[in-house]
Design a protein around this ligand. Sequence first.
Ligand code: AMP
Ligand code: GLY
Length: 421
Amino acid sequence: MNIGIIGSGGREHAICQSIKKSPKVKKIYCFPGNAGTSELAENIDIDISNFNKIKEFSIFNKISLIIVGPEKPLVDGIVDFFKDSEINIFGPDKISSQLEGSKIFTKKICETYKIPTAKFGIFKNYTEAITFLDKTQFPLVVKADGLASGKGVYICENKDKANIAIQEIFNGKFGIAKNVLIEEFLVGEEMSYFVISDGKEIQNFETAQDHKRVLEGDKGDNTGGMGAYSPSRLINKDLEEKILNKIIKPTIKALKEMGSNYKGFLYAGLMIVNREPFLIEYNVRMGDPECQTILPKLKTDLLEIIEACCNKKLKNLNVEWYDQKSLCVVLCSKGYPDKYSKNILIKNITKLNLDKSDFIYHAGTKKIKDKIYSNGGRVINFVSLSSNFKECRNNIFNHINKLNWKNGFFRKDIGHRVIDE
Ligand code: AMP
Ligand code: GLY
């Protein structure tokens, strides 16, 4: 069968590589893909917000399944757009995608279904929000409601910072803001919990921890993710049952009552406080770089899993994993997440000899006449599997050193909580 993959990051390269292993696959098209996917698939330069064009292309090229990587097309309703076509599309519909598209939508579900989450208030204007600041405690968290590429969250230690955050949000920094969300600051350890759902059944799709901040010691600005490891050190049977019964299942039930059967990956960003899970946010897709970190551990054919989801047959499928640790380090362009240069040659990339437990996933790269150039802030993901995290990280450092890309930088402390220095 022919498959379409929407997106152009490391996540989509990892999905492309996993899918490519399936004997059922004839051809893969990536919309628009990157230099890495161009080795496995045909990259198609279509604007991914143009659903009509994607549909026309897919019908003409006999694509029978589309896998959606990033959140934006999901939140904009690409799954609903394909509803009446013969093409299967893997991802949640517009109603379910509000879990990521609107933090307030998710908070309201939490309130109704008693899902553990940080205490919160929703404020309709600047004055209301500022008045609240006079009678509360700090630190607290101020959030823009809609999609903000990980940037609409402010951890505020004092009133002045909260004031600036509220002003920026209502001044439209993240698009028109009808509301602002103010939350209690939870103290604990974060963990990402993934499931895959066919609308009726869910199955666990591993755990991970990412490092969002740009600087070592988890300091500095937020980024898309500088690295990750899987599994999280926090997961155990008892915690998993709490996550499923108190958070994931009530959410799926809430969506069902709104007329939406959740199909796709679901990513719960959690804070674990004294062994109790609290929901911080939902993402309606795999994480990036968590996807690159998790997929190499998957033993079962990914295409089979996705098809089972599309056909509501997930119950009959046994999803199997290699019992290994996985770690991912993201090599970024100097300057990221602020200003950085593009179009810098990555000369040695074809010279790296990868062991079978090492993986390279391209993110912001492009190929011009057989040469690979940087094309974004996060450029290459290095992933390694091993029986221990330290060995994973050392393997990765060897590869990054061999690559010796002068325009790049990376965090040397990815996995610091699970690696004894
Ligand atoms: P979000 O985009 O909602 O995941 O927030 C980005 C990051 O902000 C999270 O990964 C947490 O590190 C932090 N964060 C968000 N909400 C809270 C909260 N209520 N308490 C503590 N930290 C939070
Ligand atoms: N790594 C965080 C995310 O994908 O949202």
